[in-house]
Ligand binder design. Structure first.
Ligand code: A4P
Ligand code: MG
Length: 169
């Protein structure tokens, strides 16, 4: 990986099948992607579903260094979702694996099919709790100060430590 690799964060979620194995498989596939190296992974949390009723998720966040563009990193993530057999049904519905690009350096992007920072990350304790383990000051969507983060008394019940950090492959 060259000196000008960018540090990015990818949110991982699974609530179908062997959820922990799915997260590990996604991390492995990310690490095998040309131009991407996984540097750290957060703890794994079990989280109550946000959106329609469905099984609890496991969520984690991976830190990567990459020479891929934001587009290419997103495309690689979507390819991993497809290869792992994710079938899209309803929005926010259950899934074998979901990979969301949360931050790409400190870059702000708002294009068709690609918005970074991820536009809903600041509302979601299942993203923020693992992300804050790896980065104390993540870039949030514009105009959202840290004081707005949903990490008050209700967050701990919805986001529960489940497994230690996934080993970097
Ligand atoms: N897209 C644009 N920007 C991005 C980005 N930064 N990262 C586009 C990823 N994708 C991005 O995503 C739809 C399209 O968004 C992609 O094709 C890409 O071009 P999707 O993954 O197909 O759709 P989705 O995931 O069903 O919808 P959405 O709105 O992305 O849902 P989220 O935000 O991913 O939420 N509850 C718990 N506890 N834990 C979870 O992980 N996840 C969701 C899904 C709902 N509830 C959850 C969890
Ligand atoms: Mg998604």
């Amino acid at each position: 990986m060259t000196e000008d690799a960018v540090r990015a964060f990818i949110g991982l979620g699974s609530n179908l099948g062997d959820r922990l194995a799915n997260l590990k498989e996604a991390v492995l596939r990310l690490s095998k992607t040309d131009g991407v190296s996984v540097t750290r992974v957060s703890r794994v949390y079990e989280t109550s579903p946000v959106g329609p009723p469905q099984p609890d998720f496991l969520n984690a966040v991976a830190e990567v260094r990459t020479v891929l563009s934001p587009r290419d990193l997103l495309a690689a993530s979507l390819r991993i979702e497809e290869e792992m057999g994710r079938v899209r049904h309803e929005r926010w519905g259950p899934r074998v694996i979901d990979l969301d690009l949360l931050n790409y350096g400190r870059m702000e992007i708002d294009e068709r099919g690609l918005t970074v920072p991820h536009p809903r990350m600041h509302e979601r304790a299942f993203v923020l709790v693992p992300l804050l383990e790896l980065e104390p000051d993540p870039l949030l969507p514009a105009d959202h100060p840290v004081t707005s983060l949903p990490l008050g008394p209700s967050a701990p019940a919805a986001v529960r430590p489940f497994a230690p950090p996934i080993e970097v492959p």
